[in-house]
Design a protein around this ligand. Sequence first.
Ligand SMILES: *Cc1c(COP(=O)(O)O)cnc(C)c1O
Length: 485
Amino acid sequence: MTDYDQARWQTGDGRYEPLLSEKDTTRVEIGGAGDGGDESGDDDSPLPDELTRDSLELPALSEPELARHYTRLSQMNYGVESGPYPLGSCTMKYNPSFTEDVAADPNGAVHPDRDDATVEGSLELQYRLQDYLGRIGGMDAVTLQPPAGAAGELTGILIAKAYHEAHGNDRSEVIIPASAHGTNFASAAMAGYDVVELPSGDDGRVDLDALDAAVGEDTAALMLTNPNTVGLFERDIETIAEMVHDAGGLLYYDGANLNALLGRARPGDMGFDIMHYNVHKTFATPHGGGGPGAGPVGVVAELADYLPRPHVRESDAGYELYDPESSIGKLHGFHGNWLVLVKAYAYIARLGDAGLRDASAKAVLNANYLGSQLDYDIPYGPFHHEFAASTGEQDAADVAKRMLDYGVHPPTTKWPEMVPEAMLTEPTEVESRETLDDLARAFNAAAGEDDATLADAPHATTARRIDQVSAARTPRLSWRALDDE
Ligand SMILES: *Cc1c(COP(=O)(O)O)cnc(C)c1O
């Protein structure tokens, strides 16, 4: 067994930390007449009457009771501040807290409706971040507006579409390797394209013969990540770019794996025309739980006129917003997830060129060290910042549950499908050798266990096996949903 136990705050009847509404069933009324609240104020509310209320009943709890409740819940959770989180492709690196300090500066919290002329500092920061990202990716212009990588993909493909339409090109297909992230297929389809799936070659990379057969006058774009989703560098990227460009298509770079290349190689130099950056992966802004993240998009000069509006530029008068000439429109309100972008800016500025180069070196070194310590087979290599181990006869999902018992978060499981029972593992540069050894111990302990032990795991966590399908399909998002049962 294990020497690990996750925190468990249980009541006498074995239930976990009760809801606040269960902790105290007395209610206090906030905002009603008794509270001295101003009920007449609602007349000015821009909200429809049925969505407003005069008062709110809340459980009668003191501040320490509230603080303890939320602290207990956080202790029963697991995050990158409690241990390693090697989810392959997701790049779950630790978010250094200095970026939070920068984002907490009251001068940064400007209202998005403020007159542009009064927020020049914010515009300058956006301009500088556009510039940083452009230089990192080898792109000529960058929009900060999309709120996630997936939104960046949609933005990029809409830009490709606008470009083709403006040039009278009638193209209906986007080519995507079978190993790509699900969002690539969804983004291309949302933009109205037919998806042509490209099988991987025997070496795990793009199969040039298959690409040659797929590419043609219907090709609007090829979407690719490099290194790919099993961590392999696409060595033939220049040939691939030439094949797509010769056919009149554009090359889209999925930036989720940029952490492997930071400061060393640039998608723009490889021939990509459009890319997104996942700042919550590469530049250590908060990640998970659905956001907020940000997915800035970079393009080559020829596509800059299609960027979302508004865009920030430098002029004689200072920094200003303008609408690019053939803009695809708005992808998000105002300037995107602004404070997330402030954190990304702070991270890049603090690390500088040398720090970013160091991050990619250590990300690749850590993945290769961890891979070298595992009893499981890693079918494809040499890999960079992540690898896909195969659990072989064991069910990868069961192995993942068992790893929780050793106090670590498991990798991404069963994806990509080119590796049977895949454990896509990305430790990132932030882990120490000791933590990598802990991870290897968890993998190798699970590798030696029988199916019965694995099928029953986890044992040491707050919650044991959960019904994942119900949790995803019929989530109960408020205490009222529980009360109604
Ligand atoms: C995470 C990821 C995406 C999508 O990014 P989000 O920010 O989660 O929307 C796209 N492609 C790959 C390879 C990814 O890992």
